[in-house]
Design a binder for this molecule. Structure first.
Ligand code: 2RA
Length: 342
């Protein structure tokens, strides 16, 4: 027997990736419901590359009673409207929005990092998925933290436009084309031109001069990995369609050489170490797209601090950063709490 699983937000970038990954991983689903807003009702979406089509239902009219779990990729406003009623009906919500991430009664889960934290999900019957830029970073940091206790992290991100949804991808494409043909490159989705440019601003500004995206990386890393770790982030939008990259420098309580860090990372869950000190001996976003892995390259000692390391981290932000992590949470929930008779 399998699960009755719902995918809400089935027409968006993340929702489509969730369906693709459920199919790729042959998630044990007896039934799959795909939900979106009224305007998509009746449309069909692919269940990955299985050839199977799923007909979209209007989330407003959907009754979650009797369904085991629902992966939400519908944004905070719609999640606020629908997650409580799904949870109250006994359908566990795995939410991609930022709405519940810092709720003390909602576990924030990266299965390779803090799987045991999922055991607290019954408090609200909701489980939160972290921000994409946080997810890949904590996968890379976890093995190093276990070995040498990280005390401080400084990270600069190079975030692809797909993090801003289809509109972000469309803007990069159209702006790049328009610049070539001499047409307007007037920004619409982003605050400034993104084509052939970088923008040090993601989400809204906070009073201390950081952005909400940077705040997410700080507080989510503390909740998932260790509240004592000091984190500062600079989150930058770059003209890449899919794949977030991060330049990370780490200070540790104990010594750990780059060589020993490489050995540990090579064996770490969810990590793919690609690290040769030669042309091409590192990963770039175009190579990470479509993969499950959190890639780590350029591991080296940081001689400017005591017990310092520097590294480069790349992952598909629609997969490990969102859809894959959500599906892995669904698998973890099934294994630990919703066992089905064979
Ligand atoms: C972004 N992490 O990249 C945010 C939300 N997906 O825009």
């Amino acid at each position: 027997m399998g699960y009755r699983i719902v995918v809400a937000g089935a027409t968006g970038n993340v929702g489509r990736e969730v369906l693709a990954i459920l199919a790729e991983r042959e998630f044990p689903a007896d039934e799959i419901a795909v939900l979106a807003s009224a305007r998509s009702q009746g449309d069909e979406v692919d269940y990955g590359e299985t050839g199977r089509k799923l007909k979209i239902q209007n989330i407003e009219h959907f009754d979650p009673a009797g369904w085991d779990m629902a992966i939400f990729a519908i944004g905070s406003e719609a999640t606020k409207l629908h997650a409580p009623r799904f949870a109250a009906a006994g359908c566990t919500v795995i939410d991609n929005s930022s709405l519940y991430r810092m709720d003390p009664d909602v576990p924030l889960i990266v299965p390779e990092v803090n799987p045991e934290a999922i055991d607290g999900y019954r408090a609200k019957n909701i489980i939160a998925n972290p921000n994409c830029s946080t997810a890949q970073m904590v996968v890379a940091l976890k093995p190093i933290h276990d070995a040498a206790r990280i005390t401080r992290v400084v990270v600069a991100t190079y975030q692809s436009v797909s993090g801003a949804g289809k509109a972000g991808m469309d803007e990069l494409f159209e702006q790049s084309r328009n610049i070539f043909v001499g047409d307007s490159a007037e920004p619409k989705k982003f605050t400034k031109q993104i084509a052939f440019n970088v923008i040090p601003h993601i989400d809204s500004f906070l009073d201390d001069g950081s952005t909400k995206e940077e705040w997410k990386m700080v507080v989510e890393t503390k909740k998932i990995l260790d509240p004592k770790i000091k984190v500062i982030a600079t989150c930058v939008r770059v003209p890449v369609f899919v794949g977030h990259s991060e330049a990370i420098t780490i200070e540790m309580a104990e010594e750990l050489s780059a060589e020993d860090a490489q050995k540990i990372l090579r064996e770490a869950p969810g990590v793919m170490l690609v690290d040769k000190r030669e042309d091409g001996g590192y990963v770039t976003p175009v190579e990470a797209v479509g993969d499950y892995a959190t890639y780590v390259s350029r591991v080296r000692d940081d001689p400017t601090v005591e017990n310092g390391l520097a590294l480069w981290c790349v992952s598909d932000n629609l997969r490990k950063g969102a859809a894959l992590n959500a599906v892995q949470i669904a698998e973890l929930l099934g294994r630990r709490h919703l066992k089905k008779a064979a």
